[in-house]
Design a protein around this ligand. Structure first.
Ligand code: NAD
Ligand code: IPM
Ligand code: MN
Length: 356
């Protein structure tokens, strides 16, 4: 089983190191190869997604990814910016289905900014379409009045676009996932304003005919954003487009205590996957040793489950994470009164120790 390890930038290197230590401790025959990506790859090779990194990712059974990005690259031409690396990996590997499970662990009920009773026992699954929508629609760009950057441009534009097959396949993924859960799907759209999302709604409704055992509801994205903090447990599976899914999953992360708790899996047709925390490179805390590594460690568990067929090992990691939380250990982002503050490395040590 071959894993491409791409730590990236900022806290990416710190949190991936902990996940790799956990994977190493499992006594599986995992072949892990590390490569540069994002700003780190740009510095070394002049491109955020070098050919060699892409090749490694394509040939691997799974990719373990940290995060990319830093404010210092914001002035680079778009194709050279670190974020293009993760977008390029998703597109090149066909990773259209992004699973972002928002689970509030019992011990973290008080870490959420919401009232404990609203989030206790929360277990919802956001399924975000990942290779279409306004992120990838053509044409896009700026109309330039003079050479150079935006101050000289007259306007800028992006195209929101979905094709029927793109919506059909993500809808099927959502209905299948709901079948293994509470059999409810909320499709989130903006059909009241956007053609793209009226089409989305129509296609999801058509696909639903093949899943009569699943309850489908449609919700506008603004209402969904509100319902997520009003009554999050009313949701089971949320399926939505690339951009709405990006935003709603960050919102949902706070229901679990912190964005540092939200893992993700991005899958293609052949169950090859890229596994990364839902958060970014957190330049504000990078290098301080305080980032929460649990979203990345839990992403590694998802990797074992979905791409490497190692369910038992996945459960071992998840049990270890729960045990560490039960011991009262907390990185600063999930700290609350009466618990013990630890750093990234100590959290990794504790998970390693709790592996049974
Ligand atoms: P971010 O997710 O990096 O950080 C948002 C806030 O959450 C910050 O205050 C940060 O300190 C905190 N945070 C994030 N992860 C944490 C963790 N594990 N433990 C504790 N606190 C954590 O989002 P941002 O600040 O908007 O973006 C920073 C950079 O990351 C940008 O360049 C952005 O493009 C990039 N980004 C990359 C990815 C990715 O690689 N998939 C995802 C999101 C953002
Ligand atoms: C995420 C990030 C990315 C996205 C960026 C860095 C391209 O926010 O993985 O959620 O918008 O998809
Ligand atoms: Mn995001």
């Amino acid at each position: 089983m071959k894993i491409a390890v791409l730590p990236g930038d900022g806290i990416g290197t710190e949190i991936v190191a902990e996940a790799v230590r956990v994977l190493d401790a499992l006594d599986l025959t995992l072949e892990m190869e590390t490569a540069l990506v994002g700003g780190a790859a740009y510095e070394a090779h002049g491109h955020p997604l070098p050919e060699a990194t892409l090749k490694l990712a394509k040939e691997a059974d799974a990719v373990l990814f940290g995060a990319v990005g830093d404010w210092k690259y914001d002035k680079l031409d778009r194709p050279l910016r670190p974020e293009q690396a993760i977008l390029g990996l998703r597109k090149n590997l066909g990773l259209f289905a992004n699973f972002r499970p928002a689970i509030c662990y019992e011990q973290l009920t008080h870490a959420s900014s919401l009232k404990p009773e609203l989030v206790a026992g929360l277990d919802i699954l956001i399924i975000r379409e990942l290779t279409g929508d306004i992120y990838f629609g053509q044409p896009r760009g700026k109309r330039v009045a003079t050479d150079g950057h935006f101050p000289g441009a007259d306007e800028a534009f992006d195209t929101m676009r979905y094709s029927r097959p793109e919506i059909e396949r993500i809808a099927r993924v959502a209905f299948e996932a709901a079948r293994k859960r509470n059999k409810r799907v909320t499709s989130v759209d903006k059909a009241n304003v956007l053609e793209t999302f009226q089409f989305w709604k129509d296609v999801v409704t058509e696909v639903h005919k093949d899943y009569p055992d699943i309850e489908l509801e449609h919700m506008y994205v603004d209402n969904a954003a509100m319902q997520l903090v009003k009554k999050p447990k009313a949701f089971d599976v949320i399926v939505t487009g690339n951009m709405f899914g990006d935003i709603l999953s960050d919102e949902a992360s706070m229901l679990t205590g912190s964005i540092g708790m939200l893992p993700s899996a991005s899958l293609n047709d052949s169950n090859q996957g890229l596994y990364e925390p839902s958060h970014g490179s957190a330049p504000d805390i990078a290098g301080k040793g305080v980032a929460n590594p649990l979203a990345t460690i839990l992403s590694a568990a998802m990797m074992l489950r979905f791409s490497l067929n190692q369910e038992e090992a996945a459960q071992r990691i998840e049990a270890a994470v729960k045990a560490v939380l039960a011991q009262g250990l907390r990185t600063p982002d999930i700290w609350s009164e009466g618990t013990t503050k630890v750093g990234t490395r100590e959290m990794g040590d504790a998970v390693l120790k709790a592996l049974t």
